[in-house]
Design a binder for this molecule. Structure first.
Ligand code: GLN
Length: 486
């Protein structure tokens, strides 16, 4: 009894009695068990998932009066360990939230449950979403199924490996600066970061609130589109959730105009094999009749004259996100959530010991950086500057998208690296985010698509498409038409 690649084929089989929800859950539980060593799941809710499957199966067999099957009926899903699910532990991969059980469910979780999805467990991730390799987790690193000596990417590394190993149909992740797209690219699966505000952040553990967004990973774009449709839309619990109801925009014209940056393909640090996959993708798009438009980033006003947004993308992202993180993470004080140091005797000690013991090194580094860039003496030099750069990046990106439908980029400069390879060099790790942070700084939707493998080591290589606001479905439809040959 195999699993199904798409929600439509799964539901056809469920509705015609070829399979049952229970069989599906059993299948995924076996896959999870078989791939345990990769450490993708930090908790599996086996009994609960089976009980829910039985309820759904009973409903299908039911008589008149039973509610019709929901849009996600029977879909087995994992959720990243930074997405709240009432009555379930959620720790964001951090010691400071050890054992913390959520009092409410994220809006996205409520919406998928209302449409009859089955949640099977929570997946490993970098602590508070901070990382690009899933090595910053209190549960230990996740390993890439394509080569277990290598990282899966981060911070949604567990989500990507859960999909890569066929341990769930869809994984809910979160993407602040690439955390859905980069692990998807490293593991050879599809990953969508919707536009900022497309999906409510209510119940998503905050890292950098003006960037954070719930996203989806799957082996097939159809599943992502179906989940997006259910989760998207206004929400009274999140004032930054877009007010307009979600209306999928599908491609209405052919050929598409796709922008690409020749200078990106020249950048040192870009693995020649990744460059080749992007070049081959450009050829494929052209061969399919689309128009490829080379674009060049304009010099940045006030800089030396030569520098462009590419020189400031990563610095701006890290100044802004660490600033937001230092503020967001102030709430973990040993009093309100999760752990409290048993050694503490005074209020001061409760704060300092709990935070010293509970946070990992990367989180501490970012709190320090963020506090520094927000401090009164440096605010103008760093935080304000980074906000100005963010605005320029957004304007330049939107200008490209005014003329073109999409922007094509690599997902990451290299394939997945070896475990431990970049752990001692945080700046090198940050630089690996160069291609994913553009869409995040601009608040635009972006999709990672599996596009090839490295001929030397067999690791997956992804390409990325950025679209205009509201173009998530257009992105998925376009990419499906080219990259999927069923
Ligand atoms: N690697 C990036 C960071 O560490 C992105 C993480 C994310 O998107 N959550 O901030």
């Amino acid at each position: 009894m195999g699993s199904y690649d798409t929600l439509s084929s799964l539901q056809a089989a469920l509705f015609s009695g070829k399979t049952t929800c229970r069989k599906q859950v059993q299948h995924y539980l076996e896959q999870i068990e078989r791939t345990r060593k990769l450490n993708a799941f930090v908790e599996v809710w086996a009994e609960e998932a089976l009980a829910r499957a039985d309820q759904l199966d009973a409903r299908l067999a039911g008589k008149a009066g039973t509610p019709p099957p929901g849009k996600l009926f029977g879909a087995v899903v994992s959720i990243k360990d930074n997405i709240c699910y009432a009555g379930h532990v959620v720790t964001a991969g951090s010691g400071i939230l050890g054992g913390f059980s959520s009092l409410y469910s994220a809006t996205a979780v409520e919406r998928i449950l209302a449409e009859d999805a089955i949640i099977i467990g929570r997946t490993n991730c970098d602590e508070f979403g901070m990382g690009s390799s899933n090595e910053n987790s209190v549960y230990g690193p996740v390993r890439n199924a394509a080569d277990p000596r290598r990282v899966p990417g981060g911070s949604s590394g567990g989500a990507a490996v859960a999909v890569q190993t066929g341990s769930c149909l869809v994984a809910l992740g979160s993407d602040t600066g690439g955390s859905v797209r980069q692990p998807a690219g490293f593991c050879g699966v599809w990953g969508l970061k919707p536009a900022y505000g497309r999906i409510s952040r209510h119940g998503l553990v905050a890292y950098a609130s003006s960037f954070d967004q719930i996203g989806f990973l799957s082996r097939h774009p159809e599943n992502i589109a179906r989940f997006l449709e259910v989760c998207a839309g206004p929400d009274a619990y999140d004032s930054t959730a877009l007010r307009m109801p979600f209306a999928p925009v599908t491609p209405d014209h052919m050929p598409m105009k796709i922008a690409w940056y020749p200078e990106v393909l020249e950048q040192e640090g870009l693995d020649p094999k990744v460059r080749q996959v992007v070049a081959v993708t450009i050829d494929r798009y052209r061969a399919a009749g689309h128009t490829l438009v080379p674009v060049q980033a304009a010099p940045l006003p006030g800089a030396s004259g030569k520098e462009t947004i590419w020189d400031f993308m990563v610095p701006a992202y890290y100044v802004l996100t660490t600033a937001e993180a230092s503020s967001n993470l102030a709430r973990y004080d040993g009093i309100r959530y999760g752990c409290r140091s048993p050694e503490a005797r005074t209020l001061e000690e409760t704060y300092t010991l709990t935070r010293s013991e509970g946070f990992g090194d990367e989180v501490k580094r970012r709190i320090l950086l963020g506090t520094f860039v927000l401090s009164s003496g440096y605010y103008d030099a760093y935080y304000r500057k980074a906000q100005q750069v963010r605005r320029i990046i957004q304007e330049q990106t939107l200008a490209v998208l005014q003329d073109c439908d999409f922007i094509l980029l690599p997902v990451a400069p290299t394939v997945a690296w070896q475990l431990g390879e970049k752990s001692d060099d945080p700046v090198e790790m940050y630089l690996a985010d160069i291609y994913t942070v553009q869409a995040s700084l601009a608040g635009l939707p972006a999709l990672a698509v599996p596009a090839g493998t490295h001929p030397g080591n067999g690791m997956p290589i992804g390409v990325q498409l950025i679209g205009g606001f509201g173009d998530e479905v257009k992105l998925l439809d376009f990419a499906e038409s080219i990259h999927i040959h069923l």
